[in-house]
Design a protein around this ligand. Structure first.
Ligand code: F0G
Length: 465
């Protein structure tokens, strides 16, 4: 067995179609070789994201019927507040429609023009919400995180020397706050250790600096702490989570991942100033402070899902399914980010397609090729996602140029993992024949969502068959 069997049974299914090769070639061309622009009905296995794509439990579904759709003071808000207080330990919460709504409220309050936000690698929407009020996100993750081959068990850790260097160079008043992401998405779903979080608290206390987490995948991070960090082997996940959060001043959270729901987000803090400001601004941008853009029923599903996400049995199954796909690819020699992360398997496109130049967008190319080969939808996580330097306007080419095979929670079986691996391995065997793309349309913000590409050299397909 490749991990523990599923701790659930399936009682409802959704039929999916399998478009043939001709339709897939047509669909990806129509989508400008951007997997975000494909129609879902043209996709067989959807590994675009783990965001909002989870299967809810019967307990969550039954909660939907208990939605209190009052404009103000819905009972589900209080259930959500209590769940967050119990699981994460913060005092105050502000609900938002999804994670970026929380980023907007929190970061526009804490970031003043010209300030820096050190973070353990950027995330796309987080970086933008730091830049919009005039700030700049700077990277303070350990070097190991930028090396796909490095087997460090906590590649999400903060490098204190890098953080110190920013403080020394710019002065502590130029630092808006320190931002720590759990289970770092762009690094391949790599966790932060408890020791690192504890040390960061001490470090920041000396400078009176606030620490705000992006706690989006904190349950999965907590699982890795239990598996990998001495002293936590038998600690309940909920206790690990509460200790993690106790070292911060607040967090933003996209519920669409670990909370096993299709929509939702929140910010949480025990800091009264942050809370009062965000509670006030939420009514401007999201909705009243007891719903923040969510329906009552959605808040109920988040409250229930957050609790379910602290089940060790569930997390063990979840992380092992992702690892299973990673192992299948590694066995065939496909270069991926190691160790396999929490929410997906990240293929190293620079090593997969070494004959392509960076400006031929290797990861974008590979994501399109995987779709065309098998109907499996993945996502680029490299230079297209990173965007341009705000000051020079030049493309930034990060060390990691990755294709993310993101695994929705409780949705696919290991046979789906095997089908996906077979497609990637097939392409790896004929990788020399894969030709690159050129970008022909680029929107100003978060370009990866909507940019369009064409195949280099005129030909019907970039897969030479
Ligand atoms: N922070 C992290 C670490 C994320 O991964 C995301 C979303 C957000 C914030 C924003 O949350 O989507 O609810 O507004 N990540 C998705 C992904 C989109 O596919 O990785 P949101």
């Amino acid at each position: 067995m490749n991990g523990p069997p599923e701790p659930f049974k399936i009682k409802m299914i959704e039929h999916v179609g399998m478009p043939d090769q001709i339709r897939r070639s047509e669909a990806i061309r129509e989508a400008g070789y951007n997997t975000f622009l494909l129609r879902s009905e043209d996709v067989y296995i959807d590994l675009l994201t783990d965001s909002g794509t989870s299967a809810m439990s019967d307990y969550q579904w039954s909660g939907l019927l208990l939605g209190d759709e009052a404009y103000a003071g819905a009972r589900n808000f209080y259930n959500l507040e209590k769940a967050i207080q119990d699981v994460l330990g913060y005092k105050y919460i502000v609900p938002t429609h999804q994670g970026r709504g929380a980023e907007h409220l929190m970061y526009s309050y804490l970031v003043k023009s010209g300030q820096l936000v050190p973070r353990n690698m950027y995330f796309t929407t987080s970086k933008l919400h730091v830049e919009l009020p005039g700030g700049k996100m700077v990277d303070v993750i350990i070097d190991e995180a930028h090396d796909p081959e490095n087997l460090h068990l906590f590649k999400g850790n903060i490098d204190f020397k890098k953080l110190q260097a920013f403080i020394d160079e710019y002065g502590v008043e130029k630092i808006a706050f320190v931002n720590v992401e759990m289970d770092v998405n762009m690094a391949g779903g790599q966790p932060v250790s408890m020791q690192n979080l504890r040390d960061l608290r001490e470090f920041c206390n000396d400078y009176n600096l606030k620490i705000i987490y992006d706690a989006t995948r904190s349950s999965e991070n907590a699982y890795f702490i239990r598996e990998r960090e001495r002293g936590y082997e038998n600690t309940p996940i909920i206790d690990i989570l509460r200790e993690m959060m106790s070292y911060s001043d607040g967090c933003i959270y996209s519920s669409k991942k670990d909370c096993l729901v299709n929509i939702g987000g929140f910010l949480a803090t025990s800091d009264k100033d942050i809370f009062e400001h965000c509670r006030n601004m939420v009514v401007v941008y999201e909705g009243l402070h007891t719903y923040g853009g969510m329906a009552g029923r959605d808040m109920e599903a988040v409250a229930r899902g957050l609790k379910e996400s602290t089940s060790y049995e569930y997390l063990k199954y979840r992380i092992n399914q992702v690892r299973y796909l990673g192992d299948l690819l590694m066995k065939a020699g496909v270069p991926i980010v190691k160790p396999t992360g929490g929410h997906g398997v990240f293929i190293n496109a620079l090593k997969f397609l070494p004959h392509l130049e960076r400006k031929q967008w290797p990861a974008q190319t590979l994501a399109a090729a995987i779709y065309e080969d098998s109907g499996v939808r993945s996502m680029e996580r490299g230079a297209v996602s990173k965007g341009r330097d705000k000051e020079t306007g030049e493309n930034i080419f990060p060390a990691l140029e990755l294709v993310r095979l993101t695994i929705p929670r409780r949705v696919y079986t290991n046979t789906h993992m095997e089908y996906t691996a077979e497609s990637v391995i097939r392409l790896y065997e004929k990788r020399d024949s894969i030709r690159g793309l050129k970008m022909v349309y680029e929107p100003e913000y978060l370009r990866f969502f909507q940019s369009r590409f064409e195949v280099l050299e005129s030909s019907k397909s970039y897969l030479e068959t």
